[in-house]
Design a protein around this ligand. Structure first.
Ligand code: FES
Length: 95
């Protein structure tokens, strides 16, 4: 397993489209045959409510905010496959 991605499906992120993001993520990973390389774990709150859908990509520890379904293809291609996080979408988490 190369990448472990945590996607928040907590109440606020769900209101902001996390379920649609999850569906897009599963579809894109399936299309690219990446299910054996990318583990997706759902979590209930990443403490960054209001910027959702939020997700974190490990081992890099890169956070993405506003990760709507339309952005998933780009995140998978450029970051998970290409290895370069998308700086314009990166979220700096606040305490
Ligand atoms: S519900 Fe997603 S960060 Fe809180």
């Amino acid at each position: 397993m190369k990448t472990h991605l945590f996607l928040c499906t907590g109440p606020t992120c769900s209101q902001q489209g996390a379920e649609e993001t999850l569906q897009s993520l599963q579809a894109v990973l399936g299309d690219r045959n990446l299910h054996t390389k990318v583990r997706v774990t759902l979590c209930r709150c990443l403490g960054q409510c209001g910027n959702g859908p939020n997700m974190v990509v490990y081992p890099e520890g890169v956070w993405y905010g506003h990760a709507e379904k339309e952005k998933i293809g780009q995140i998978v291609q450029e970051h998970l496959v290409g290895g370069t996080p998308i700086s314009a979408l990166v979220l700096t988490p606040v305490d």
